[in-house]
Design a protein around this ligand. Structure first.
Ligand code: FCB
Length: 431
């Protein structure tokens, strides 16, 4: 007989994750503007038709079913739904509703993200996150989204990786809206916490009950020089600020960030207290932090310390950090969903092993009493990877970006075997 740690219980969900801008195609928003301004790594790259999921969604649901998935994460594209401030596009709302109903009818539980990095372009001009007006603006959008979710028993994510958006868009100026200001970053963070709480009110009013969370990018931090007191001090500051500040605010109603010389805040937001039903974790890698004697005082690197080789996007393959991360979120006393985990593996050969080593950590966490209820692989399909454009390939299915043909990678068989047998089969064994 197998010990319970070797198997996933029947209620454990295996699914796949996507986001609107990266797969749908034909979206006009702040990212499309950013691309036209030549701000991607490859200045001529464009998301454009993406992988045409907007038209091929039924085929893509079938592909998800074929790997044994029973949940499908999408995001709603705000710019489609509210193309001008205050004007909602009924046809876009109807199209999303139809997609969600079809998804559900195919036996895929919808996991719906309201905000996955992108905004309608007017948002940054009129009600950017650092202004209080952003909160009612998001609330009004969330009210429309709530109506789409009726009767679906969806898992709902208000914000995907708010800290990544804020670091990239407000502190470093590398992604939209391209601001680089620590004080504005903290105001934007506070407003996003308030916006989450406001969206929750709308969802509750419309749906009566909701399973709501955020997807938080969580990094396993480590000192670049294990012996260096300042590298170690950085790790002690970075993990609470980056990994936990948002989760913590939604649990306690207190938002605290303490990154001296970078950005700090301390504010009470009572309406955010107890405002999630689950903890969403996006885990990819470990980051080595090194103190440098000039602002912003932190250097951030991925390193290949174990000779496993970095992934193709250059991230360390560090499954051990997944367990550490899952142990760390146990403190919130809520069920945990892995809302993203995956590898950029352009040849498609490493992914089964990556899945195996990371799912082993999920089982280890469950054995320690962390209530992990689901695992959503990023991503079903190769897609448009933000600043990196069309280089990375995270998909279980390989997509030919010219013909848009979807072809299974070896990880499809592996994922299906684990999802259907509910145990960790060895990669490469006959499935
Ligand atoms: C995450 C994003 C997701 C995708 C993966 C690779 O940070 O949420 O959209 O780009 O990384």
């Amino acid at each position: 007989m197998r010990t319970p740690e070797e198997t996933f219980p029947t209620h454990f969900t295996f699914g796949v994750a996507t986001s609107a801008y990266q797969v749908e195609g034909g979206i006009e928003n702040d990212w499309a503007e950013w691309e036209r301004a030549g701000k991607l790594k490859e200045p001529h790259a464009r998301c454009g038709r993406a992988v045409d999921h907007w038209r091929r969604y039924e085929e893509d649901y079938a592909l998800a079913k074929a790997v044994g998935a029973t949940a499908f994460r999408i995001s709603l594209e705000w710019a489609r739904i509210e193309p001008e401030r205050g004007r909602f596009d009924e046809a876009a709302l109807e199209a999303y509703r139809e997609r969600l109903l079809k998804m559900k009818a195919q036996g895929l539980r919808p996991v719906v993200t309201l905000h996955h990095f992108t905004h309608p372009s007017w948002f940054h001009r009129e009600t950017p996150w650092h202004l209080p007006q952003s909160v009612p603006t998001f609330r009004r959008y969330a009210r429309r989204c709530a109506a789409l979710l009726e009767g679906l028993d969806a898992l709902v994510i208000s914000f995907n990786e708010p800290m990544v958006l804020l670091l990239g868009g407000y502190l470093q100026g590398a992604i939209p809206p391209g601001i680089a200001d620590g004080a504005l970053t903290m105001r934007a963070l506070e407003n996003m916490v308030r916006a989450h709480a406001a969206a929750r009110q709308e969802l509750l009013e419309r749906l009566g009950r909701v399973e709501l969370g955020i997807s938080q990018n969580m990094l396993a931090f480590t000192p670049d020089r294990w012996w260096h007191p300042l590298d170690r001090a950085l790790v002690r500051l970075a993990s609470p600020a980056y990994n936990h500040a948002f989760h913590e605010a939604l649990a306690s109603g207190h938002l605290r960030v303490n990154m001296p010389g970078v950005a700090s805040t301390r504010v009470s937001i009572p309406e955010a207290r107890d405002s999630v039903e689950f903890i969403g974790v996006n885990y990819y890698s470990r980051a080595h932090l090194r103190f440098v004697p000039r602002p912003p005082f932190i250097e951030f690197k991925y390193r290949d310390t174990r000779g496993r080789g970095l992934t193709d996007i250059g991230w360390e393959d560090w499954p051990e950090g997944f367990l550490q991360t899952l142990r760390d979120v146990k403190r919130y006393g809520r069920p945990v969903w892995i809302t993203e985990n995956g590898i950029d593996d352009r040849a498609g050969s490493r992914r089964p092993h990556y899945l195996h080593s990371h799912l082993a950590q999920v089982l280890a966490a469950r054995a320690e009493g962390v209530d992990v209820q689901g695992y959503l692989y990023w991503s079903l399909l190769d897609n448009f990877e933000w600043l990196e454009g069309w280089g990375p390939r995270f998909g279980l299915y390989h997509v030919d970006f010219d013909t848009l043909e979807r072809r299974p990678t070896p990880a499809c068989d592996y994922f299906r075997a684990v999802a259907t047998q509910r145990r960790l089969v060895a990669p490469g064994s006959s499935l």
